[in-house]
Design a binder for this molecule. Structure first.
Ligand code: GDP
Length: 523
C-alpha cells in the first residue's frame, strides 16, 4: 500500500471531557468495536484494578493512576484508529493540553445531566486555539438530564461554537424512546437492556407504538424547529472547528455509539499538512518526519529509561531507521519503538503520518523536537506554551546541593514536565504547572534522579497574563500581582485572581494583557 493510501486510513483523535462524563466508558466501547478488549471495564485501573500492571513511576503505583496519557490503536472498518488519552482528575497537566497538538480531531463528551463543566472548557479552548475539528457526544441520555435544546444553547453560549445536531433524542431517562438519525434518515429505537434497532423514516408509519407516543411527537416538533432555526450543515465549518456536530446517546447502554462512531469516522479528517520552517509538510511526502509532544521518564524504574512520544507527520517510519534531530543536526537510530496500547508496550515495525510512536530517549530529546530523514532540513512550528494555573516558589533544601538543583530544574523544564519562571526583580525561581500532580512528580524526580531535595512555597492559583516587554513596568505591580519572566525572557504578571486582573485592566487600559489561550502565535 502506498504512503498516501496508508495516510488516508488514519484517524487520530483525543476524547476530552470533564471527569465522570463518560470518557472511559466511551473509550471501552470503541475498543470493543475494534475487538481490542474482550470485555469492557478494563481500561482504567482505578476502578477494576485489572490494569494496574504498569510499573511506571512509583507515584503512579501509589495513586493508582496513569500520570501521562497513553495511546490506543485499532482497526475499524478498514481504518486505522489512534485514540490519545487525555488524563483528567488530579493528573490533569500540561501533557493533557499537549496531547491535543498531536491529534487531527477531538471528541468532546458532555454529561447531559450536568452540561458543560470546567475541564471541558479548558480543553476546548486549546482545541479552538488550534482550529481542531470537534465532535460532541451528549452522554447519559438514559438518565433524566437537561433538555436537548438547552444543551445546544449552552454549548453555543459557553463555548462560542456553532452546533449541528446529527441526531435528535425522543425523551430521556426512563421515557427514552430512541433517536432520529438525521444523516441516515432512520429512527434508532432504544430497547432497554437489548440491542438498538433501526427503522428507516419511510417505514415509521408502521410503528404506531412510536408515532402515537407524545414524547415522540414532542421530539419531532423540536426536530422541525432545529431544522428550521438551527445552523446549516457545513463540512467546511466542521473541519475548521467552527461548527460541532452533536450526537446524543449513552456510552454505558451503549446507545447511539455505533452511529456516532460511523459518522465520526466519515467526517473526521485524515492527517493534514503541518506547518514548519519550510512551509507545510504533507503527510504523503516521501521523507519521514515527526515531532515530539511528550517525554515520559522512568516508565520502567529498573531501566530508568525515558520514552519520547512522537507524532509521525510524513513519510514512513520503520524500526531501526536513522533520523536527524533537527535542533542539533545529530543523527540518531530509532532502534526501539513502542506503540502504546493501554498500558502494554508492543514493538512497532512501521508507522505513517497520524500514528504515534514511543521511542527510546537517550536523553537527547526535548518537547517540540523535529526528527526527520532526507536532505532538506526543517523544524515543525514550536508547540504552544500553555498557561499554568498553580504557581510555587522553589528553592534547594540544602544550599550545598545547588548544582544538582539547577541541573535538575533545567532538565525537567526542558522536558516540559513543569514551567519555570523567574521573579522579575529578585530572579528567584517560580514554578508553574497546570495541575497539582506535576509538583508531586517534580519533587519526586528532583529527589530520586538529581539527589536534590526542594522546598516549595505555594503562591496559589494565579491568572497569568503576558505583557509586551516595553510595558513591563515593575512600579505597576506589587507582590500580590507578581511580575515575572518566562523561560524565553518574556514578561508576565501573575494576577491574584480574575478580579485583580480586571481591576488592573480598568486602571491601566493601555497595558496589553495577553492570554495564551487566545493568542496562539505569541512566544
Ligand atoms: P470518565 O471519568 O469521563 O472516564 O467517566 P467514566 O467513563 O468512568 O464514567 C463515570 C461514571 O458514569 C461511571 O460510573 C459510568 O458507569 C457512568 N456512565 C458513563 N456513561 C454513562 C451513560 O451513558 N449513562 C449512565 N447512566 N452512566 C454512565
Amino acid at each position: 500500500m502506498s504512503t498516501q493510501e496508508e495516510v488516508q486510513k488514519r484517524k487520530t483523535f483525543a476524547i476530552i471531557s470533564h471527569p465522570d462524563a463518560g470518557k472511559t466508558t466511551m473509550t471501552e466501547k470503541l475498543l470493543l468495536y475494534g475487538n481490542l478488549i474482550r470485555s469492557a471495564g478494563t481500561v482504567k485501573g482505578k476502578k477494576s484494578g485489572k490494569f494496574a500492571t504498569s510499573d511506571w513511576m512509583e507515584i503512579e503505583k501509589q495513586r493508582g493512576i496513569s500520570v501521562t496519557s497513553s495511546v490506543m490503536n485499532f482497526q475499524y472498518e478498514g481504518f486505522h484508529i489512534n485514540i490519545l488519552d487525555t488524563p483528567g482528575h488530579e493528573d490533569f497537566s500540561e501533557d493533557t493540553y499537549r496531547t491535543l497538538t498531536a491529534v487531527d480531531s477531538v471528541v468532546m463528551i458532555i454529561d447531559s445531566t450536568k452540561g458543560i463543566e470546567a475541564q471541558t472548557i479548558k480543553l476546548f479552548k486549546v482545541c479552538r486555539m488550534r482550529g481542531i475539528p470537534i465532535f460532541t457526544f451528549m452522554n447519559k441520555l438514559d438518565r433524566e438530564g437537561k433538555e436537548p435544546l438547552a444543551l445546544l444553547e449552552e454549548l453555543e453560549e459557553v463555548l462560542e461554537i456553532d452546533t449541528y445536531p446529527m441526531n435528535w433524542p425522543a425523551g430521556m431517562g426512563k421515557g427514552f424512546l430512541g433517536i432520529f438519525d438525521r444523516e441516515n434518515e432512520q429512527f434508532v429505537q432504544h430497547h432497554p437492556g437489548e440491542e438498538e434497532s433501526y427503522i428507516p423514516y419511510t417505514e415509521l408509519e408502521n410503528h404506531p407504538e412510536l408515532t402515537e407516543n407524545a414524547t415522540y411527537q414532542d421530539a419531532l416538533n423540536e426536530l422541525d424547529l432545529v431544522a428550521e432555526a438551527g445552523n446549516t450543515y457545513s463540512e467546511e465549518a466542521i473541519s475548521n472547528g467552527e461548527l460541532t456536530p452533536v450526537f446524543f446517546g449513552s456510552a454505558l447502554s451503549p446507545f447511539g455509539v455505533q452511529t456516532f462512531f460511523d459518522s465520526f469516522i466519515r467526517l473526521a479528517p485524515n492527517p493534514t499538512p503541518r506547518k514548519s520552517t519550510k512551509g507545510a509538510v504533507k503527510p504523503e511526502e516521501e521523507n519521514f518526519s515527526g515531532f515530539i509532544f511528550k517525554i515520559q521518564a522512568n516508565m520502567n524504574p529498573a531501566h530508568r529509561d525515558r520514552i519520547a512520544f512522537l507524532r509521525v507527520c510524513s513519510g514512513k517510519f520503520t524500526r531501526g531507521m536513522n533520523v536527524t534531530l533537527a535542533r542539533t543536526g545529530k543523527e540518531l537510530k530509532l532502534a526501539q519503538s513502542q506503540q502504546m496500547i493501554a498500558s502494554s508496550r508492543d514493538t512497532l515495525e512501521e508507522a505513517y503520518a497520524g500514528d504515534i510512536i514511543g521511542i527510546y530517549d537517550p536523553n537527547a530529546y526535548q518537547i517540540g523536537d523535529t526528527l526527520l530523514t532526507g536532505k532538506e532540513k526543517f523544524e515543525f512550528d514550536e508547540l504552544p506554551q500553555f498557561p499554568p494555573e498553580i504557581f510555587k516558589k522553589v528553592m534547594a533544601k540544602n544550599a550545598l546541593k545547588s548544582k544538582q538543583f539547577r541541573k535538575g530544574i533545567e532538565q525537567l523544564v526542558q522536558e516540559g514536565a513543569i514551567q519555570l519562571f523567574r521573579d522579575y526583580l529578585t530572579d528567584s525561581f517560580i514554578l508553574g504547572a497546570v495541575g497539582e500532580l506535576q509538583y508531586q512528580v517534580f519533587t519526586y524526580r528532583m529527589e530520586n534522579e538529581y539527589n536534590a531535595e526542594v522546598t516549595m512555597e505555594p503562591i496559589g492559583e494565579r491568572v497569568p497574563r503576558w505583557l509586551k516587554p516595553e510595558q513591563a513596568d515593575p512600579s505597576l505591580f506589587d507582590s500580590g500581582n507578581l511580575l515575572a519572566r518566562d523561560r524565553y525572557d518574556q514578561p508576565l504578571v501573575l494576577f491574584r485572581n480574575e478580579f485583580a486582573k480586571n481591576w488592573f485592566k480598568d486602571k491601566n487600559p493601555d497595558v496589553e494583557l495577553i492570554d495564551l489561550f487566545e493568542t496562539n502565535d505569541f512566544q
